[in-house]
Structures are given as structure tokens and as C-alpha cells.
Design a protein around this ligand. Structure first.
Ligand SMILES: [Zn+2]
Length: 298
């Protein structure tokens, strides 16, 4: 892919610039311009320099809805796009408003990400501007794509995302308390549904999904009543929707809970988790488990 250079789009010279090394680049931050899709990069630069009084256009790169990539400040110049994250973060702006982004624009943003990862030699944290600052930027639609891991093959929408995770640490199961199972192992998760932060959610909304979860529970008296459920947990705070509950009875020795959701929908800003509870008197233990999911982002 070609990057349209500053000379090619008629950039003004920056008033000043300060450099940053690749080792300091740890984040990749996506923005939108919140203006018309045909706005020129030069006019954005004029606004940033003359309106905001900045030394140059704020972003490191800009992408239009046709997928053209424009050099802003470039890879290794400190930007002006996200306070406290201008040294750590490479800022890329989609020229347009919420809902304007296209498969071509997303592919170009992803290409810039892959290029940055290649040059740093490691993955960068993929963020929307709103992850680090109180703003609606980069708009709900583009943000959902960022949170889904910035999938490059976005036109293959019919193929579900496949997630396969497992437990790596046993968890206590005290009586009468819903316990959220934590998935410390990740076998398959190309589209980043199983988030590194937390580890218990394994499907990111908005999506349709299906999953099965299997856990082994020990330490319960035979006959103890158990339940399992999916919950859709809000990313912001403790709000959640409880899904269908299945019931089980502890057997002698280990009890195996097999839980299945054939089809459900999780909304924007929510993530699916899996929980179990028992109504005995002793504290049991979830000793092993795994979950496999299909998700169709909506
Ligand atoms: Zn922004």
C-alpha cells in the first residue's frame, strides 16, 4: 500500500516537531475527524494549526473512505491526538463521521497497524480515542471494529468468528454465589473476543453467538443442586443481563456441567461470560473447563 506523502497532499511545514523512538511506541489509537468524508487533509491541517494553534496536523496518519492513506506527522513524531498518549500512541484518523467508515478504510487502518507492529517487532495495544479520553471519537461503528480487534477480512461477514478458551487455574465455588469462570488459556481467538483484560469474557458485542461450556466441579456432596448461565456483562460497570439457566445435580466424585446456548444476541458495549452456582453447604471447586463459541459480529 502507498502512503500519500506530505509533499503530495501539499502539507504546510510544521512549526516544530519532536521525535519518538520505536521502543516508546506501545499503542495504536484510532480516531475519526467528525467532518465530511471529502474534507481535504490540508484543511484538517489548517484547522489544527490555525484553529487549535498546534504545530502541525495532529495525527500521525489519516485514511479516507476510499482507503487512501495520508502521511500526517508520520511514524516517529509525537502527535497531538490524545493527551498523555501522544508519545506512546500512533494516532490514525478516519476522515468522516460515525457510520462513514468502509471496508477499504478499515483495511487501510489495519494495514497501518500491521506495519507499525512489524516495525516495532511486537503487537501494539489497539485503542479507540474514547478508551483514553472522554470523547465519542472514533464513533460507535469504528470503535466496535477496533474492539473486535480490527479484523482485516471484514467483507467475509458470513464466516463466524471462532473462539476456544480453557481454564488454567482452579476456582473456588462457595455456596449460593454465582461464580464467573475465568478463561486463562486461549486456543483460538483470531478476532479478539477473549479480551486480555479480565479473561472471563469470551464474546464481544454487538454479535449473534452460540457457545458451549464444559466445567468439572469437585468437592460437592452428591445430590447438591447446581445451576449455570451465560451473562451479558456491560463493559462499563456492573450492569448485566442474565441468560438462560440450566440445572444440574452433583454426582458422586466429579460433576460435569455441560452448558449450551444455541443462539443469542449480545449488544454493543456488552460481553458474554459464563457463571455457575451451587446450593450446597460446602465450598466446591471448579477444577477444569473449556468453552467454544461462534460469534457473528453485527
Ligand atoms: Zn479522536
Amino acid at each position: 500500500m502507498d502512503i500519500i506523502s506530505r509533499a503530495e497532499w501539499g502539507a504546510r511545514a510544521p512549526r516544530s516537531r519532536s521525535s519518538v523512538g520505536w521502543s516508546q511506541r506501545t499503542e495504536f489509537i484510532v480516531h475519526y475527524s467528525e467532518g465530511p468524508t471529502d474534507q481535504s487533509v490540508r484543511s484538517i491541517q489548517d484547522f489544527h494549526m490555525d484553529g487549535n494553534g498546534w504545530s502541525d496536523v495532529g495525527y500521525n496518519f489519516l485514511v479516507d473512505i476510499s482507503g487512501r492513506v495520508y502521511e500526517g506527522r508520520g511514524w516517529l513524531v509525537v502527535g497531538a491526538h490524545a493527551p498523555d498518549h501522544n508519545t506512546s500512541g500512533i494516532g490514525v484518523c478516519m476522515i468522516g463521521r460515525n457510520g462513514d467508515s468502509t471496508a477499504a478504510a478499515k483495511r487501510s487502518i489495519r494495514w497501518l497497524y500491521d506495519e507499525a507492529a512489524r516495525r516495532t517487532g511486537r503487537n501494539l495495544t489497539r485503542l479507540g480515542h474514547r478508551d483514553v479520553y472522554a470523547t465519542s471519537c472514533p464513533g460507535d461503528e469504528l470503535y466496535a471494529w477496533v474492539r473486535a480487534g480490527m479484523p482485516a477480512d471484514i467483507e467475509e461477514d458470513d464466516m463466524p468468528d471462532y473462539v476456544s478458551v480453557g481454564m488454567d487455574t482452579p476456582q473456588d465455588l462457595p455456596p449460593n454465589k454465582w461464580v464467573t469462570v475465568t478463561w486463562g488459556k486461549e486456543y483460538s481467538d483470531q478476532k479478539h473476543h477473549h479480551w486480555n483484560q479480565g479473561g472471563s469474557s469470551f464474546i464481544v458485542g454487538p454479535a449473534r453467538y452460540a457457545f458451549t461450556a464444559n466445567v468439572q466441579i469437585d468437592g460437592l456432596a452428591p445430590g447438591t443442586e447446581l445451576q449455570a448461565r451465560a451473562i451479558e456483562h456491560a463493559e462499563s460497570g456492573g450492569d448485566y443481563d442474565g441468560g438462560p439457566i440450566s440445572e444440574y445435580v452433583a454426582s458422586a466424585g466429579s460433576t460435569f456441567v455441560h452448558y449450551n446456548v444455541a443462539a443469542d444476541t449480545v449488544g454493543d458495549g456488552y460481553r458474554v461470560r459464563f457463571q455457575v452456582i451451587h446450593y450446597g453447604s460446602e465450598t466446591g471447586r471448579i477444577t477444569a473447563g473449556s468453552a467454544k463459541a461462534f460469534a457473528w459480529p453485527t
